[in-house]
Ligand binder design. Structure first.
Ligand code: NDP
Ligand code: GDR
Length: 401
């Protein structure tokens, strides 16, 4: 039950030490110089050696990694991601591997039973990860993983994340999202109190906000049990920071998308269905509220903000957004026109897909993140939508032929 190791996460041909039993491991300077001679032979994490050629990584990354070589030897930073199988988890795992981290992830046991279905977003990096089965509903299982891994940083992304579903099952949404967050924080407090903690807060906490755009001072009025559950996690995170001194930060992230987005969310649903229509595989797109407006960004950009939050000297909360808003109708028009389709010929509005309490518009003000983290969104709404349509179209076309 203790741990499931997928391949040799940190173990190259040259005998890179495994850490299945937890506990930090150290490399002597002699071993380091052998690695410098031939990093690939020792299966060293790419980030350390990519630093000089990677402008995004830059000097900070080199210094950050080399610092660990001074004196006693090298200690690789160790991160634990809950929700690693999700959209953000997969991007974040890539980012952390690229920065030379040892990356652990918590997955549900069922994911191990059908890995080809549940672990598809991680397929390309599976052999670099160390995965542990645990349940967000069980404190004992969470505690055991933290005790084993002793992470330096924890990114708590696991959640029932689909707002529509939270209207169907309020109880499981609230239980998973609030208790799960509480268990993770309590485990950190007991086992590794110096571990940095990132909480995946949401713009849904603002709900029907009184001011636009929303920033870190905007009052919260959530409109779903999902929004309420995220607000619970947000307050728990703040409380652990204030009461127990945990280095706990919350990101208040607005919608972020990618070709790895689940098919139930509107961006991917629209792009995927438009591609299917173009290929003759679907006859219509059924959607709910066309007038809802959201601030949509690219997930790959947003995980960088998560990482930056845990590199700050003092923990804080940050809004992460693009500052632009578009309607569901704008999204549909763009996706269909990219495939030379007239959306009016294919789209059916289905009142059953309306939410009992909708949030009409959300738009974020990320000026604090820009100032303090140096973070900026990189991909425009137009580029994001076209990228998602293109990727779905190519995949569906290849699967057909
Ligand atoms: P996904 O829905 O893609 O991923 C959710 C992850 O949580 C999956 O790994 C899923 O595992 C896991 N999970 C769900 N329920 C449980 C459970 N009961 N026990 C253990 N694991 C569970 O979400 P995203 O990657 O898009 O989002 C990541 C986080 O950020 C979530 O907390 C979400 O609420 C939040 N967020 C997301 C935003 C967005 O626009 N993407 C914006 C703001 C916040 P499995 O694969 O097994 O289902
Ligand atoms: P959201 O994303 O609820 O904002 O939560 P979603 O893509 O589900 O909805 C966005 C907006 O589109 C409207 N909509 C539809 N939505 C879906 N899913 N399907 C439809 O057919 C449809 N038609 C119209 C919705 O009513 C809504 O207004 C996402 C999740 O990632 C959360 O976990 C995260 O916290 C928030 O973003 C910020």
């Amino acid at each position: 039950m203790k741990a499931y190791l997928s391949g040799n996460a940190a173990c190259g041909d040259g005998g890179w030490p495994r850490t299945a039993q937890g506990g930090p491991f150290y490399l002597s300077l002699a071993f380091f110089s052998r690695i410098l001679d031939d990093p690939m032979r020792f299966g060293m994490p790419q980030g350390l050696f990519r630093a000089e050629s990677d402008p995004e990584c830059g000097f900070g990354c080199i210094a950050h990694n080399l610092m660990h070589y001074c004196g006693k030897g090298y200690k690789m930073k160790r991160a634990l991601i809950t929700g690693i199988t999700g959209q953000d988890g997969s991007f974040l795992a890539e980012l952390l591997l690229g920065r030379g981290y040892e990356v652990h992830g918590i997955i549900r046991r069922v994911a191990m039973e059908v890995p080809e279905h549940r672990l598809w977003r991680l397929r390309h990096i599976m052999d670099k990860l160390i995965l542990h089965a645990a349940s967000l509903e069980s404190f004992a299982s969470i505690f055991r993983v933290f005790n084993l891994v002793q992470p330096d940083e924890c990114y708590h992304l696991a959640a029932q994340s689909f707002v529509s579903y939270s209207f169907e099952d309020e109880f499981s949404t609230i239980n998973t999202n609030i208790n799960g967050t509480h268990y993770v924080l309590a485990a950190i407090k007991e086992v590794c109190p110096n571990c940095g903690f990132y909480f995946a807060g949401s713009s849904e906490m603002f709900g029907n906000a009184e001011q636009t755009p929303q920033n870190e001072h905007t009052p919260f009025f959530p409109r779903s049990s999902y929004g309420i559950s995220k607000l619970g996690g947000f307050h728990l995170t703040r409380n652990y920071r204030e009461a127990y001194g945990v280095h706990a930060a919350s990101g208040i992230l607005f919608n972020h998308e990618s070709p790895r987005r689940g098919l139930e969310f509107v961006t991917r649903k629209v792009c995927h269905t438009a591609a299917r229509i173009k290929l003759g595989l679907a006859k219509e797109l059924r959607v709910g509220n066309l007038e809802a407006r959201r601030d949509w960004g690219y997930a790959g950009d947003y995980v960088q903000a998560m990482w930056l939050m845990l590199q700050q000297d003092s923990p804080d909360d940050f809004v992460i957004a693009t500052g632009e808003t578009h309607s569901v109708k704008d999204l549909i028009e763009l996706a269909f026109s990219h495939l030379h389709l007239d959306w009016k010929d294919w789209v059916v509005v289905d009142k059953r897909l309306y939410r009992p309490s909708e949030i009409h518009e959300l738009r974020g003000d990320y000026s604090k993140a820009r100032k303090q983290l140096g973070w900026e969104p990189g991909m425009s709404f137009e580029e994001l939508t076209r990228t998602m349509v293109d990727q779905d179209f190519e995949q569906l076309k290849n699967a057909r032929s």
